[in-house]
Design a protein around this ligand. Structure first.
Ligand code: AKG
Ligand code: FE2
Length: 286
């Protein structure tokens, strides 16, 4: 598997064609929908993220989204940031719910857990390694369950480019089902090594996909879709990568720990849900 990317296929023209949407999703494991979310709502979330970064002292008062940059993602109190970004208002806005319901073809439930990402450019930083808080190739279904009928919803809050990075998807890689995840020392979260899928496990047909995205665009992908972070190495200008991701599932499905527990709550307890997988702490809760 090489790090040359093909574009995500634009599924927006399929949005009102139930069968075509499902056919594409079953075959490729994702839907890329452009300009379907209310841009003002997305902008509001971006501004809330900026407000949090200013309030917590990581950007000067008066900084705008156009001029924003921060020293370090990890220096920011991630739990405190969750008080600023009112993502549930965006995820559950009637106009957003309509998009989820078109994608699923049925009523949905949006997870209470959201990951918020505000990654400055690592261009010019010491060392050539990728920042270790990024994610290696993985399936969200490895970390999240017990039911695997959720889809990850990934949205940019600011435009993404090949320089700012984002998320790369391995086309059709959901079709092989759950894969083994092994410890990769290059990636750590909460001080613990994060498991990932070795690149050798991928077939030539499982091409890595990545395209620039605009606020209002959304990627929805399968619990077994293999995906990874693309680092922010933007320069001239060095831009922030700001994005958020949550999970959406059919309203009638079982609601597991991560679906019901807001991120700041689950971050407190390394023995539950996604944290237990990351830290390696045994748990009976998923
Ligand atoms: O945004 C990223 O860097 C990784 C995204 C990811 O792993 C996810 O949304 O599940
Ligand atoms: Fe993920």
């Amino acid at each position: 598997m090489t790090d040359t990317f093909s574009d995500y296929a634009d599924c927006t023209p399929l949005i009102d064609d139930r069968e075509a949407l499902d056919r594409f999703y079953d075959e490729h494991g994702y839907l890329y929908l452009r300009g379907v979310l209310d841009r003002d709502l997305v902008r509001t979330a971006a501004e809330q993220m900026l407000e949090g970064l200013i309030a917590l002292g990581h950007a000067a008062p008066g900084t705008t989204l156009e001029t924003l940059t921060i020293e370090s993602f990890e220096a920011v109190d991630e739990v405190a940031m969750h008080d600023y970004v009112k993502y549930d208002d965006l995820w559950n806005h009637p106009s957003t719910l309509k998009v989820w319901e078109k994608a699923f073809g049925e009523p949905v439930f949006v997870f209470k857990s959201t990951t918020i990402r505000y990654y400055p450019s690592a261009a010019g930083a010491a060392g050539s390694e990728e920042p270790h808080f990024l994610t290696p190739l993985h399936q969200d279904g490895f970390y999240i369950g017990p039911n695997k009928d959720f889809r990850t919803a990934w949205i940019p809050l600011l435009p993404t480019t090949p320089g700012t990075g984002g998320v790369a998807l391995a086309d059709g890689s959901h079709k092989k089902g759950p894969r083994e995840h092994v410890v990769t020392e290059n990636f750590r979260r909460f001080g613990h090594p994060v498991r990932g899928i070795p690149a050798e496990e991928f077939g030539a047909d499982e091409r890595l996909l990545f395209s620039p995205m605009e606020p209002g665009d959304v990627l929805l992908f399968h619990a077994y879709m293999c995906h990874k972070s693309i680092p922010n190495v933007s320069a001239d200008p060095a831009a922030m990568r700001m994005s958020m991701d949550t999970r959406v599932q059919p309203a009638t499905s079982h609601r597991g720990f991560n679906s019901l527990t807001p991120w700041p709550e689950s971050a407190k307890d390394a023995s539950k849900g996604i944290l237990s997988k990351i830290t390696g702490t045994p748990t009976t809760i998923e």
